[in-house]
Ligand binder design. Structure first.
Ligand code: ADP
Ligand code: MG
Length: 361
C-alpha cells in the first residue's frame, strides 16, 4: 500500500472490496450477533398493530443525533415543538435537523420507487439536508481537521477521480456478491466518508445511506432504527477507527465497530419500543377508566405519534368538532395525561411520559 500522507489528497484510496481478508472469525461471529438483534427488532416492528406509528419520532431522534455528531445541536423539546407548532422557529440548528429528517424520508421514498443507491441519490440527499445546490466537489481545499485545527485527512480531489470512486462504490453497494449485507454496510460507510464527495454534509449523508441500505437489503421492514445513538456515544472511536482503516488498513476494528453499532441500537431500539408500547397500553387503560367519553384508540395513537400534539391533529383525524376535541385535550390535561404550553397563537400538549422515555439515555 502507498504510504499515506494526511496533507495530500488521497487519490490512491483503494476501490472496494478491500484487498484483505475482512471475513475473519471475529467478524463473522459478530455479524451473527448483530443480525440476530436486528431480526428481533424487525420482528417486534412487524408485530406492532401500526408499525409506522413511531417512525417520525425515531427518525427525528436519528436526525438529531446524526446532526449532533457534526456539532449541530438542538434539544428534543425545541425540535418536537418546532415540528408541531405553526409558529416558525428560527433556531438554525433545529431547522437543519428537520431538513435532515426530510432528507432521510425522501431517500426512503426514493429507494421504494427505485431500489438503488446512486451518486445522484447522494447528491439529492446532501442538497436536501443542506437546502442548497451542492454538487460533487470540483475545487480542491477540502480537508478534515481535528479540534486543534490539524489536518487529519485529505480526501481525493478532482471531480473525475471522485466520480470514478463513487461509481465503484455504487457498483459495490448494488452488486450481487456473497458478502453479508451488514459487513457491506460497514465497508460502504468507510468508503463514502473516505471519498468525501461533498464539501460538507458527508457525515450526515453517509449515515442516511446506512438506513437506506437496511431498507434496500430488506433487513428492516420498517426503517425504524436509531443508529447514530451509538456513534454519538462512541464518537472518538468513530473517528479513530475511520483513520485506522486509511492509515493501517485496519478493516477488522472498523467493521466490528459498525456491527456493534447495529447490535447495540437494535437492542436499545427494541427495549425502547417495548417501553413505549407498554406506556401506550397503560395510558389507554387509564384514560378509558378516568375519561371513558374521551377515550378512543385513535386518540391514544395520536398522543404517541410525536411527543407534542395539538387540536388540529385531532380534527384532521376526524375525532370530533374543534370544540369537542378541544375539550378532550383540556380533560386529558386536567387528568394529568398531558401538559399544555402556549406556543405562538396555539396550545401544544406534551405527552410528558413519552418524552421521558425518549430522553432516557
Ligand atoms: N479520518 C476520517 N476519514 C474519513 N472520514 C472521516 C474521518 N474523520 C471523520 N470522517 C467523516 O467525516 C464526517 C464529517 O464530514 P462533513 O462533510 O463535515 O459532514 P457533515 O457536514 O455532515 O458534518 C464525519 O461525520 C465522519 O463520518
Ligand atoms: Mg460539516
Amino acid at each position: 500500500m502507498e504510504k499515506f500522507n494526511r496533507n495530500t489528497p488521497y487519490n490512491k484510496l483503494p476501490l472496494l472490496p478491500p484487498n484483505t481478508n475482512f471475513e475473519t472469525t471475529k467478524i463473522l461471529r459478530k455479524t451473527i450477533d448483530a443480525s440476530r438483534a436486528l431480526a428481533q427488532l424487525n420482528g417486534m416492528l412487524t408485530n406492532l398493530p401500526n408499525p409506522t406509528l413511531f417512525l417520525d419520532t425515531i427518525h427525528l431522534q436519528e436526525a438529531k443525533a446524526s446532526s449532533e455528531i457534526e456539532n449541530i445541536i438542538t434539544t428534543n423539546d425545541d425540535l418536537y415543538k418546532s415540528l408541531v407548532a405553526d409558529k416558525k422557529f428560527d433556531n438554525p440548528a433545529t431547522k437543519e435537523v428537520i431538513s435532515y429528517k426530510e432528507a432521510l424520508w425522501n431517500g426512503l421514498q426514493e429507494i421504494e420507487r427505485r431500489p438503488f443507491i446512486s451518486t445522484n441519490l447522494c447528491i439529492q440527499i446532501v442538497q436536501s439536508i443542506k437546502k442548497n445546490t451542492a454538487e460533487i466537489r470540483t475545487t480542491p481545499g477540502t480537508a478534515l481537521k481535528n479540534a486543534k485545527g490539524e489536518t487529519i485527512y485529505t480526501p481525493p480531489s478532482d471531480e473525475t477521480a471522485i466520480r470514478e470512486k463513487m461509481a465503484n462504490l455504487e457498483t459495490f453497494i448494488n452488486g450481487k456478491d456473497s458478502i453479508d449485507p451488514l459487513i457491506k454496510m460497514a465497508l460502504m460507510h468507510y468508503q463514502f466518508e473516505a471519498i468525501h464527495p461533498f464539501s460538507d454534509g458527508n457525515g450526515r449523508t453517509g449515515r442516511i445511506l446506512l438506513l437506506l441500505y437496511l431498507k434496500l437489503e430488506k433487513l428492516l421492514d420498517t426503517p425504524a432504527i436509531y443508529l447514530s445513538e451509538y456513534i454519538i456515544k462512541n464518537k472518538v472511536d468513530y473517528y479513530t477507527k475511520l483513520r485506522d482503516v486509511t492509515e493501517n488498513n485496519d478493516w477488522e476494528t472498523w467493521i466490528l465497530y459498525m456491527l456493534e453499532m447495529v447490535e447495540f441500537t437494535a437492542n436499545k431500539g427494541l427495549q425502547r419500543l417495548k417501553d413505549v408500547t407498554n406506556l401506550m397500553e397503560e395510558m389507554a387503560t387509564e384514560i378509558k377508566e378516568k375519561l371513558p367519553k374521551v377515550y378512543t384508540k385513535e386518540l391514544v395513537e395520536i398522543l404517541f405519534r410525536l411527543p407534542y400534539t395539538k387540536r388540529q391533529f385531532l380534527i384532521e383525524a376526524k375525532l370530533g368538532t374543534p370544540k369537542t376535541v378541544g375539550n378532550y385535550l383540556m380533560d386529558l390535561e386536567e387528568a394529568g395525561f398531558l401538559i399544555s404550553e402556549k406556543v405562538g397563537k396555539e396550545k401544544l400538549y406534551l405527552n410528558h411520559r413519552l418524552m421521558l422515555i425518549l430522553e432516557k439515555k
